[in-house]
Design a protein around this ligand. Sequence first.
Ligand SMILES: Cc1cc2nc3c(=O)[nH]c(=O)nc-3n(C[C@H](O)[C@H](O)[C@H](O)COP(=O)(O)OP(=O)(O)OC[C@H]3O[C@@H](n4cnc5c(N)ncnc54)[C@H](O)[C@@H]3O)c2cc1C
Length: 409
Amino acid sequence: MPTTPQRDCSAPTIVIGAGPHGLATAALLNLSGELTVILERSDRAGASWAQRYDHLRLHTTPSTSNLPGLSMPRQAGPWVSRDDYVRYLEHYVAHHRLDVRVTTPVQRIERSEAGSGAQWLVHTPDGPVAAGAVVVATGRCHTPNVPDWPGRSTFTGTLLHSAHYRSPVHYRGRDVLVVGAGNSGTEIAAGLAGAGAERVRIAVRTPPNILPRSSARWHAAGRLTQALPLSWRDRTSLLTQRLAVPDLTSRGLPRPRTGLYTRHAREGVNPVLDHGFVDAVRSGSVEPVGAVQAFEGPDVVLADGTRLRPDTVIAATGYRSNLHDLVGSLGVLDEAGQPLTVGAQNHPAAPHLYFAGYTNPLTGVLRQAGIEARAIAHALRREKARAPLRIPQLGDRTTDARDKGHAPR
Ligand SMILES: Cc1cc2nc3c(=O)[nH]c(=O)nc-3n(C[C@H](O)[C@H](O)[C@H](O)COP(=O)(O)OP(=O)(O)OC[C@H]3O[C@@H](n4cnc5c(N)ncnc54)[C@H](O)[C@@H]3O)c2cc1C
């Protein structure tokens, strides 16, 4: 069996991305005495949250969204707002004294030819940074995904991805079609309807599993029933939905046929936690319509042939992690571009290269940030314990990196 090359522990561990996963991992690495630097492409930590829409609230509870070593303040309430969460992430950086190098986009990672053991070169516009280990935490929701609908470029209205939607105030008096009934799509549609859009429709391909917001504790229930068969878990979840969510079939939104656990296992789709969407559909202020099939000039053509003529289409159609530029040449991605190993696991072809934040568990992605961070910190501690003591030499790659301003302060 091939042995894993030992890590050069005198070189820093580079974490790429200052989102929840990168911050949590760096915090635990710091605590275990690892020299850790975070490289962040934007001008702040928590940038992806700062850029999200202004009425966004966490749909996970604070206790399942806290990162290791720091709880969210009680004043943030049970449904933490976007701004409070951004403040929490900023506070997290200060609390753990994290070394975040902002405006430092990583262009690609390659194996270092020089030096002993397995080392990585992390390429930035200012030059390469040598690393003993690398943690990639650039986010599953990295690049907005807009389907390549036929005729998309002919659309004469405005088409934007939900990542670029900021506030409902810009849509007062407008006719808006939201595409996609996931958490973002349903929340944006309800927000638009409540803030004076003239007409709001939502295009639904597959009826979502909707749970009341208060059942965010289903995260906990999900954990308890993990060992049970999917069909059993689905039946109980469909029963919960029947009891807690009114039937919206007469409003154009039938109950889902597939239970939330099967849907998650097959398609990676999470249930919708209701933040006002159900009431908006019930009152008619949000109108469900069929799936979008094509665009033709001013028209959006639905799968059943219906034509709509909205001013704006907001595509809440998901994201891609877009890791090809970063690590595409290393043989560590599957056909869909997802990492073949995540958390504490290393791909045999890429020792000391970790991926944090590339799963979408039903128990919540933010909760997972702590789990993966602990696992990676543990793995790196084990590697360090195995590594021989090495005294850094003048002019070795760590020192070069410091000269370029990238090594830890
Ligand atoms: C609208 C929305 C709401 C969500 N709400 C919840 C919720 O309530 N609860 C929950 O558990 N999960 C939620 N999620 C899912 C998930 O928790 C978040 O997407 C979370 O931000 C993921 O953290 P991350 O650190 O993996 O990625 P991100 O937060 O996206 O952080 C990645 C960081 O990497 C940086 N970066 C990217 N590429 C590079 C590069 N090449 N070089 C350097 N830096 C780079 C980015 O600028 C960013 O700062 C939500 C997701 C979305 C889209």
